[in-house]
Design a protein around this ligand. Structure first.
Ligand code: API
Length: 281
């Protein structure tokens, strides 16, 4: 019963990966506490804490831990690469280990600590069928969607629509993002990436995230952009994706798409009881 936890203070951790920022709630050993209502309240940068995604850590059954992801508008996300790296970071630290397995809606992911301290996660294989991404109907070519600009569709456990543009820095992301996010071609809406290729090992990307808006980085989006660029023959299998918040290193391998980058702890705090445990409609 959620009412029974109404007077408790809810501990959380704030972290970010390249400015893609997260609230992390550890619900191991108890029932899940995050609801759409709580996710929205915490996601409010004025009246709550503010985050791009909320990650709730759950007990793993066939894995070390499980993770649920929420967007700041209270919707769920099937994948979140940067939050996965952040949580992997603290879980590996606490257990004095250099690897961890994580069950997500997307499947079983594995993460590891590299010698330079960066955290690497295998985000799994991209979805390549229209109904797995998902799209609303079959298309003849995932790399030439029937939308202006002929973007690519990539599923990384969540949907991505990748536009190849002349100059990602001159795209009005706030203007173009929302209409693509909600285009009927994407029955569950989509994340939207604008990408230009610098050379075969480097691309520049800016992102509009489903359920959140502009963010400084998007890990699954960086994977999707690399997959789309690779499918088009524009890059090698290892590439640095230059995001507004910094670089992510992506390597497309037979076993999945590896994503590597920095993670940072910001603060730990407790949420006032008045913020949560209230009705969810
Ligand atoms: N920032 C996240 C992606 C969030 C995707 C979410 N906005 C969705 O609804 O799919 C990442 O690092 O992968």
């Amino acid at each position: 019963m959620r009412d029974s936890v109404n007077t408790e203070r809810l501990a959380f951790l704030k972290m970010h990966g390249l400015g893609n920022d997260f609230v992390i709630v550890d619900s191991r050993g108890r029932d899940a506490v995050v609801t759409p209502d709580l996710a929205r309240k915490l996601g409010d940068r004025h009246r709550g804490v503010g985050y791009d995604q909320l990650a709730e850590i759950r007990d793993g059954r066939d894995s070390d831990i499980a993770l649920d992801f929420w967007n700041s508008d209270g919707t769920r996300a099937g994948a979140c690469g940067n939050a996965t790296r952040c949580v992997a970071d603290i879980v590996m630290d606490a257990a004095v280990r250099r690897n961890v397995t994580i069950r997500t809606a997307r499947g079983l992911l594995s993460a590891k600590r590299l010698d330079d301290g960066l955290v690497s996660v295998n985000m799994g294989l991209p979805e390549s069928e229209w109904d797995a991404i998902p799209l609303a109907r079959p298309v003849s070519d995932l790399d030439a969607l029937p939308l202006p600009g002929k973007p690519s569709a990539v599923g990384m456990g969540n949907p991505h629509c990748v536009f190849f543009v002349e100059d990602a820095d001159s795209v009005d992301v706030e203007d173009r993002g929302p209409s693509v996010e909600n285009d009927p071609l994407f029955p569950e809406a989509t994340n939207v990436e604008f990408v230009h290729v610098i050379d075969r090992t480097e691309i520049r990307m800016r992102v509009w995230e489903r359920g959140t808006g502009i963010t400084l980085a998007c890990g699954s989006g960086a994977c999707a952009a690399a997959v789309a660029a690779h499918r088009r023959g524009l890059i090698d299998s290892a590439v640095t994706v230059r995001l507004d918040g910094g670089p992510l290193h992506i390597r497309i391998a037979d076993e999945g798409v590896w994503m590597t980058g920095a993670t940072a702890k910001v603060f730990e705090a407790e949420l006032d009881p008045s913020m949560w445990g209230t009705t969810d409609g």
